[in-house]
Design a protein around this ligand. Structure first.
Ligand SMILES: C[S@@+](CC[C@H](N)C(=O)[O-])C[C@H]1O[C@@H](n2cnc3c(N)ncnc32)[C@H](O)[C@@H]1O
Length: 243
């Protein structure tokens, strides 16, 4: 990876997410200039996605929905399991990233996968979902609680919500995940740093998920951020709805 190939992404990150227009317009303004370089850079930034997908309990014939799916990159680690699914819906508000997903679907000949340009807080599939995936998307959604509620509503009884995302680690997250809490100054610094790019890690996400779902897996890790000396914390969660 060279600095030169990272430049479009670094430029977008330095400019940050603009404040004008609605949420969809702000997302597209942020991602349009970096859509082609998105996947390459995020492989070094968005950690834990492959591990979450490897652990995902999803059976043949199932319905998978990814909310905030971006380029559809997360389907590749599913390997042969993807072809056995009945329906896969990639939901996102950003047309620039969905265009990359559409090319990926065509290149791989995935006939069971469709992209949906829609808001994750409200869109639902016609059939109940077996698995809903949110990979680094909830922190970019101003109303992440509405998206989580929408995920619960679209899941069948006993369905799975799987989340991987950046987090801050206060006493509650630390005690639930069995890790050390971050000093308050570090949490403040990460909140500022992420916020510039429209990413808002919320310590209330972990207790919200564990209070509403049976926890199948919860862990918190530290992952490297390209060009920064400090690793950031991210969570992996798999939960099951009552059923
Ligand atoms: C950091 S990207 C993650 C994309 C993908 N899940 C991945 O792992 O690479 C966050 C995604 O959430 C999408 N997003 C943010 N708010 C959304 C909303 N309300 N509805 C649908 N998608 C949304 C963004 O457009 C973006 O594609």
């Amino acid at each position: 990876m060279s600095l030169r190939s990272d430049l479009p992404v670094l430029w977008s990150l330095l400019r940050g997410m603009g404040g004008s227009g609605d949420h969809a317009a702000r997302l597209d303004g942020f991602y349009a200039g970096q859509a082609e370089a998105y996947d390459r850079f995020r492989e070094r930034l968005l950690h834990g996605r492959d591990e979450l997908l490897a652990d995902l309990p999803i059976a043949a014939g199932g319905v998978l929905v990814e909310l905030g799916a971006g380029t559809g990159r997360n389907l590749e680690p599913l390997g042969a399991r993807l072809g056995q699914l009945a329906e896969v819906h990639l939901v996102d508000l950003c047309p620039s990233l969905l265009a990359v997903a559409q090319r990926r679907i065509a290149a791989n000949g995935w006939t069971n996968v469709q992209t949906v340009e829609a808001d994750a807080t409200t869109w639902r599939p016609a059939r109940p979902a077996d698995v809903v995936l949110c990979a680094y998307s909830l922190t970019m959604m101003p109303d992440w609680r509405a998206t989580v509620a929408n995920a619960y509503a679209m899941l069948r009884p006993g369905g799975i919500l799987a989340v991987v995302d950046f987090t801050l680690v206060d006493e509650i997250v630390a005690s639930q995940a069995g890790v050390a809490k971050q000093p308050a100054v570090l949490r403040w610094a990460w909140r500022r740093w992420f916020g510039h790019d429209g990413v808002h890690p919320d310590m209330r996400l972990v207790p919200h998920l564990t209070a509403n779902l049976e926890t199948v897996h919860l862990s918190v890790h530290r992952g490297r951020i390209p060009y920064l000396p400090l690793p950031a914390a991210y969570l992996r969660f798999i939960g099951r709805t009552p059923g």
